[in-house]
Design a protein around this ligand. Structure first.
Ligand code: ACM
Ligand code: ZN
Length: 767
């Protein structure tokens, strides 16, 4: 009987071949090994380990009991098996070793046994994540998945993390996430070996943690009537036909006729989540942001801000008044409860974006500055931070702060979380001073930023080191973190959509050996994860459809050939401008077009849930004639205007600062600060052909060829590339590129012919 069963499986294997991307290892079908983050070393040793009913999970040290219990829970739901765990031997054995780097592990699977040996509890948990990914994706099912062979290939894996800090931050102030939603995110983190959960618990828009001494913080501060972000979300839900932008009704309640929105965690909730995270090898770093971003506190307790007239200043909200002793006492009392609740040594003070106008006018603040010999308001913030830091240290805690804590004097013991990409010196300065740094520069680590085809690769290829830093300085970089700021993320679905798959790239960047980087291979492994994520009901963003530009040109007949790396994406489209639904035409292969056609594509998840909408125009064209002029000076003319607006069309109205010759479509090095550029000249194309243009900019840009708009990448935004095409006769064609930015910025234009050959800047001319 048994033999026949195995033979049958082998036969199925041959038939299915790579279609199911299954491998026949020994005689039981296993899925091909596809692990993310990529382990340092994987060696298949032949044969399979089959998980059986009544299997025993053994562990060698009592502190591994929670890991064994967690693993047994992970493995029993989908299999329906009864699994037990006990100290001692087992079919799967968890053990500890002092060898290797902290957090490293070795996994050895033979046909008889799986052993996971970790350096520390975290190492064992990372080994469990690998075991979970070696098993068929169906192991993630929330109910018994029948007919799946619960087998893994025999394998030896040696693995260790690149960085100790592989974090995710969630802002629960701008929108609240309940304990079940937090636990789901922690589960997802642990699947990808992410080990630090930075919990942004308080901000202007909501105070989310019960503080026993100050009950109004949550009684009042956790609830609000709809604010402008909420109204934006409601508007976006309608405009983008996307229910994930709707305000979740379970977080609303009516009080005295007002609809209030919000929620908070009791201290019991917090303890429950800390324990849940700790079992999964995740440390929780609480952040109570101060002295700014604290409106939910200072507007509910009098005497904390400089005046009782709290609200919004020029840029940010009224901060705490560091001139008042009772305000400092309040901050310490809040942190006292935080210290008692959270066991992890690191606690985050925030410290970002403090509006100091009130401090300049406040007699208490000014008195404090005089008595302490502080010359600037930045020094006053540093004084406040140092007061708090002493208090942290006296309570056995280490402080983390956003990179603003450098200004006015960084202390010895603080760890800096670098977020302002434009302030590169923050990382250099902090490490030169001997302080540790966590990398979370807003571009590309802010997960509230809209995604495009570059957002995952930009994280994947990020180098978390800076030029000019010594080896000693680089050794102070603790790791990387993605930040999920939630102003415009009201729901669990939207949150997971913004987080995945970018978090997979963060996980890999933080864990894997950079010498093994291979973007193509990563993409394949990422696509393999989508099956698992679909089973887990993680509403990840389906990667961009590819194979077309925003505008495409064809002469007689064009081909629309759409691809997506996610095999589970259901692609539908319309050509009448309406939004595609599940009843719209399904895209099943290349489409021929003979007339100008505007396509609207939309992806749908396997469960029918709507994904992104993309529009693309296929324009029936004639070759645009070349100009009669034959300009002879290489390069382009860049006119720099002192521009502070946010639309390319307005640049010419701003005063001209100067004209510069540039060799390519780039920002002239003289242009700094408020930049509005109008770059003009000619492009000399070598053949009659359809040319593709790719325009990358931060902020907005537009490209016109022969006075026709080919790319509209306008408006304020983070680095974003848009592409367009135009059919051109051999010869010179006029080109006008507009661009603006006010703090740094990026501009790049790439041109290619229909065979994909790039045209270099020697094809650019000016009068
Ligand atoms: C931040 O983004 N204000 C840290
Ligand atoms: Zn004050």
């Amino acid at each position: 009987m048994k033999k026949r069963f195995y033979q049958k499986l082998s036969f199925a294997c041959i038939l299915a071949g790579s279609l199911l991307f299954a491998a026949c290892s020994g005689s039981v079908q296993t899925e091909k090994i596809s692990l993310l983050p990529l382990p340092n070393q994987v060696t298949e040793t032949g044969g399979t380990f089959v998980l059986k009913n009544n299997a025993v999970i053994g562990y060698t040290h009592p502190e591994l009991l929670p890991a064994a219990s967690y693993l047994s829970e992970l493995l029993s739901t989908a299999t329906g098996y009864q699994l037990s765990f006990k100290e001692g031997a087992g079919d799967i054995v968890l053990s500890l070793t002092p060898d290797g780097k902290e957090g490293s592990y070795a996994l050895k699977a033979t046909p008889q046994q799986v052993s996971i040996t970790g350096n520390g509890y975290g190492g064992v948990i990372s080994g469990i994540a690998t075991l979970r990914q070696l098993l068929p994706a169906a192991i993630e099912s929330k109910s018994v998945a029948k007919g799946t062979p619960w087998a893994i290939p025999a394998v030896t894996i040696a693995d260790s993390p690149r960085y100790e800090w592989r974090g995710l931050m969630l802002d629960v102030s701008r929108h609240f996430y309940n304990t079940a939603e937090i636990k789901e995110l922690l589960d997802l983190m642990s699947l990808y070996k992410m080990n630090k959960f930075h919990w942004h618990l308080t901000d202007d828009q909501g105070w989310r943690i019960e503080i026993k001494q100050y009950p109004l913080l949550t009684q009042k501060g956790a609830w609000r009537t709809f604010n402008s972000h909420d109204r934006d979300c409601i508007h976006l839900a309608q405009k983008e036909d996307n229910p994930d932008y709707e305000i979740p009704t379970d977080k609303l309640h009516i009080e005295n006729g007002d609809t209030l929105y919000g929620g908070f965690y009791t201290q019991d909730d917090i303890r429950d989540i800390i324990q849940y995270a700790s079992i999964r090898g995740i440390d929780i770093v609480p952040e109570v942001d101060m002295p700014g971003h604290m409106l939910a506190a200072v507007s509910n307790y009098k005497g904390l801000a400089c005046t009782d007239n709290t609200g919004w200043g020029t840029t940010f909200s009224s901060p705490v008044c560091p001139g008042k002793d009772n305000a400092i006492e309040f901050c310490k009392n809040v942190y006292k409860e935080i210290f008692q609740l959270f066991p992890y040594k690191y606690v985050h003070i925030g410290g970002d974006e403090v509006e100091k106008t009130n401090w300049k006018k406040c007699p208490d603040c000014q008195r404090r500055m005089r008595t302490k010999g502080l010359k600037t308001e930045e020094a006053l913030q540093a004084w406040f931070t140092h007061q708090m830091e002493e208090f942290f240290n006296a309570n056995g805690k280490e402080m983390i702060g956003w990179d603003e804590i450098i200004e006015g004097g960084l202390s010895e013991t603080s760890t800096v979380m670098w977020w302002r990409s434009w302030s590169k010196n923050a990382s250099r300065e902090a490490t030169a001073h001997g302080n540790k740094v966590i990398y979370t520069p807003n571009s590309p680590f802010y997960l509230d930023y809209q995604q495009d085809k570059k957002s995952v690769i930009n994280i994947y290829n990020y180098v978390p080191e800076l030029e000019g830093m010594t080896e000693q300085q680089n050794a102070l970089i603790m790791g990387v973190q993605g930040n999920i700021w939630c102003e415009w993320i009201p729901s669990r679905e939207r949150m997971l959509y913004m987080t995945a798959p970018r978090m997979l790239a963060i996980a890999e960047l933080g864990w894997s050996n950079p010498e093994q980087k291979d973007w193509e291979a990563f993409q394949t492994r990422m696509a393999d994860q989508f099956r698992r994520l679909n089973i887990m009901d993680i509403t990840y963003r389906i990667p961009d459809l590819e194979g077309f530009n925003e505008t495409n040109a064809f002469i007689d007949e064009g081909t629309v050939n759409v691809t997506c790396i996610d095999p589970s994406a259901d692609i539908r489209y319309t050509t009448d401008g309406s939004l595609p639904t599940l009843n719209s035409t399904k895209y099943e292969g290349p489409i021929q077009v003979t007339e100008t056609t505007e396509f609207t594509f939309r992806t749908f998840r396997p469960n029918g849930k709507k994904g992104d909408i993309v529009k693309t125009r296929f324009i029936k064209s004639e070759y645009a004639p070349a100009t009669q002029t034959a300009p002879s000076t290489p390069g382009l003319n860049a006119a720099w205007h002192n521009f502070r607006g946010n639309k390319c069309a307005d640049i010419a109205t701003a005063p001209l600062k100067g004209n510069y010759r540039v060799e390519d479509a780039v920002i002239p090095k003289e242009a700094q600060g408020n930049i509005g550029l109008i770059i003009t000249g000619y492009i000399n194309v070598p053949e009659d052909d359809i040319y593709s243009f790719a325009l990358l900019s931060d902020d907005g840009s537009t490209l016109s060829i022969d006075k026709e708009l080919v790319i509209d990448n306008d408006g304020p935004h983070a680095p974003k590339e848009m592409t367009g095409q135009k059919a051109l006769r051999k010869g010179y064609h006029s080109i006008e590129l507009r661009y603006f930015d006010s703090n740094g910025g990026t501009l790049q234009l790439k041109v290619a012919d229909s065979k994909g050959q790039h045209l270099d800047p020697t094809h650019l001319y000016m009068h």
